[in-house]
Design a protein around this ligand. Structure first.
Ligand SMILES: Cc1ncc(COP(=O)(O)O)c(C=O)c1O
Length: 422
């Protein structure tokens, strides 16, 4: 690691990092990390930290989690593609994939927790529909760093770890992902608690960007296409930012990969806004949101406030990459998930199945040509294998609340828990 500063895409000012999530000048845009290393050198470091030249950390945590890229044979044959590459993020020992929480959210969680401990003193708060929360709980369980996680009650059985998560405070709320986000924001007003920041956190974006790094290093060159299923779209932004760095590196080509991002019908707000080339998501882009969310195959893709219109967000990323977005039906995603399992030999997360269905559609419609170089982000998977191999500790909620629970009651319990870490 040779150091980094942060820059604002609006005022272009550079500043140092004190776990900064927004421009100190008050600009509205996604700040970026600017790394001293123009060319990436892989470090002899654990898991995802081998990419630490382009991660906003100076130290490392112990982990085996990292994205694994290989050239597809089974799925490629089934779809008639000659240059299909899969980046697998999840648990699949045979290919060297050890993200034991099962998704690429673990690549965000490790650098984020490390950045927080290097840059400030405090406890991180995460709101999640399941996968992100599980990834942070896993890091907490492995490192003993405390974390406060808020999830909808319906997602509580998704909070399991491979060792007991003693340092996780789990709060469940009867409601959906948006209610978890709203409660999390209120909890972050308490002293000593820091929001993980979502797309605003450079550690999260650059952690996810390691997928593009792993893919490009395995292929030797940047791909023509990068495909991912999105809820917030942070992974897409991260893939673009990593591509910018890889182009500046000079060894992997000069052409920006095109992004092809998918949402799960009927909840497709970003697809609708993008189809009209609008920077704003309007209410009419998510009609009957609650009903639509209840119908999707992959509920981790149901973010109602994605970083879409913000400077440096999904809209700008799609413009910069000549990108595309499309909706995928749940029925197609389920079929595609079965095809992926049978052709590649591992079960994909439902979100990854959405991505496979999107790929199939793009090939059928001629958007993607059979000989193009495709990087398919299988953002999660290997749960069945993990259930067999890995210890599983399901985290019981520490605090259960409803939307009506007075905040004073919740904050008193949170502060009592925090006293232990003071
Ligand atoms: C497995 C999986 N894939 C894809 C996504 C979408 O990621 P994002 O939109 O944040 O890039 C998520 C979000 O939680 C996820 O858990």
């Amino acid at each position: 690691m040779t150091g980094y500063t942060l820059t604002c895409p609006v005022c272009n000012k550079e500043f140092s990092d004190s776990y900064t999530l927004t421009c100190p000048g008050g600009c509205q845009g996604l700040i970026r990390a600017k790394y001293a290393a123009r060319q990436i050198t892989l470090h002899d470091a654990p898991g995802v930290f081998k990419y630490m030249d382009w991660l906003p950390v100076t130290g490392v945590l112990r982990t085996r989690a990292e994205p694994v890229c290989f050239k597809s044979e089974g799925l490629a044959r089934a779809l008639g593609l000659s240059d299909l590459w899969i980046v697998f993020s999840g648990y699949w020992p045979e290919v060297g994939a050890f993200a034991v929480s099962g998704s690429f959210k673990e690549f965000e969680a490790f650098p984020t927790m490390q950045r927080l401990s290097e840059r400030t003193k405090g406890i991180i708060q995460v709101s999640s529909a399941g996968n992100t929360g599980r990834a942070f709980a896993e890091v907490s369980a492995e490192t003993c760093q405390p974390v406060i996680i808020v999830v909808p009650e319906s997602a509580r059985d998704r909070l399991f770890t491979t060792s007991p998560a003693h340092d996780t405070l789990l709060i469940t709320i009867s409601g959906d992902y948006t209610d978890a986000i709203n409660l999390g924001s209120r909890i972050c007003t308490l002293p000593g608690i820091f929001p993980e920041g979502g797309a605003k956190n450079v550690a999260r974006r650059d952690g996810m960007g390691t997928v593009m790094l792993a893919g490009t290093l395995a292929m030797g060159t940047l791909p023509d296409w990068y495909l991912q299923a999105v809820g917030s779209g942070t992974g897409g932004i991260a893939a673009y930012e990593a591509s910018l760095r890889l182009i500046a590196d000079g060894r992997f080509g000069t052409r920006m990969p095109r992004l092809l991002l998918f949402q799960n019908e009927p909840f497709i707000p970003m697809v609708r806004a993008w189809q009209e080339k609008r920077r704003e998501i309007k209410d009419e882009d998510m009609p009957d949101a609650e009903q639509a969310i209840s119908q999707v195959y992959s509920d981790v893709l149901t973010n109602r406030t994605p970083p879409y219109g913000i400077v440096g967000g999904v809209f700008d990323t799609l413009i910069a990459t000549n990108g595309l977005m499309a909706g995928v039906s749940s029925a197609d995603a389920q079929e595609a998930g079965k095809l992926f399992s049978s052709s590649e030999g591992i079960d994909p997360d439902p979100a990854a199945a959405v991505c496979v269905a999107g790929l199939m559609r793009a090939v059928r419609s001629g958007v993607i040509k059979p000989d193009e170089k495709i990087l398919l982000n299988i953002t999660g998977g290997g749960y069945a294998r993990g259930r067999k191999d890995l210890p599983r500790f399901v985290k019981a909620p520490d605090i259960m609340v409803s939307k009506e629970t007075p905040f004073e009651k919740i904050s008193a319990k949170v502060q009592e828990w925090m006293r232990y870490y003071a």
